[in-house]
Write a protein that binds this ligand. Structure first.
Ligand code: OAD
Length: 231
């Protein structure tokens, strides 16, 4: 039998043990900031300094953070599994890459990216962005963090849906199942007959849609699952 094609979705919970806060857990980012203020195009138009500062802080935290055992296990899975391994992340922290994972699909953008709000050109963000930085392509003073905000369309959806259509196994790790379209991937995977597993500290909103749920910290559940897959 051919080795299974695996599609993995990660969320903020996989980076919690690397010291990065999640969004919706107690004391999480959305308890400290209103998402309408710092994660919408309207919030950016109203108060660009607040938004740029919010992502500067997060970029600095991510730059200091190191991957944990869960990131490392997924990188090992990619290196050693015979079937395909597609990693889709909602995270913007770059920890999968630091763990050695290649070709990570960043559906919500990345902290190390800058985007021109005028011409859509993208480039590597400097550690500290400022309001009104100019775009290296069109020279407009319209640089912003390359993060997908609420009301914007996530990146790489066609590629993600193509991978889900071929999936034999779909695993969601450390995501609360609140934000679509990511929260609906389990349904797409189920439709093509994939086995679906949720790995979370607390069950996500959409846990009932998964065939299997494994509770625990990502640094425990993910390496154990990778061992199982690699046999
Ligand atoms: P959430 O903060 O909504 O959910 C984090 C999940 O991780 C929860 O289900 C926790 O139970 C779980 N968790 C916490 N610590 C964990 C650990 N050590 N091991 C395993 N699981 C753990 O974060 P996301 O689901 O990633 O979007 O949020 C999705 C999107 O909403 C984000 O990409 C962001 C946010 O608004 C934008 O900013 C556009």
């Amino acid at each position: 039998m051919a080795a299974p094609n695996i599609v993995i979705l990660t969320g903020a919970g996989i980076s919690a043990e690397s010291g990065l806060g999640t969004f919706r857990d107690e004391g999480g980012l959305w308890a400290q900031h209103r998402s309408e203020d710092v994660a919408t195009p309207e919030g950016f138009a109203r108060n660009p300094s607040l938004v740029v500062e919010f992502y500067n802080t997060r970029r600095a935290q991510a730059a200091e953070a190191t991957p944990n055992a869960a990131h490392a296990a997924l990188a090992r899975l990619q290196a050693e599994h015979e079937g395909s391994v597609t990693l889709v992340t909602q995270n913007v922290d770059g920890l999968h890459e630091k763990a050695g994972h290649r070709d990570v699909i960043h559906m919500h953008g990345a902290l190390d990216g800058a985007l021109c709000a005028a011409c859509d050109h993208r480039w590597t963000a400097q550690l500290v962005m400022e309001v009104g930085m100019t775009c290296p392509s069109c020279a407009a003073p319209t640089a912003r963090p390359d993060i997908v905000w609420f009301g914007e369309i996530p990146y790489h959806m066609e590629r993600i849906e193509d991978s889900l259509a071929q999936a034999d196994t779909f695993v969601a790790i450390g995501t609360s199942g609140n934000v679509y379209p990511a929260a609906g991937f389990v349904q797409l995977a189920t439709m093509v007959g994939a086995h679906t597993i949720e790995m979370n500290l607390d069950p996500g909103e959409n846990v009932s849609l998964f065939a299997e749920a494994r509770a625990g910290t990502a640094s425990e559940t993910v390496p154990a699952w990778v061992e199982e897959v690699l046999g």
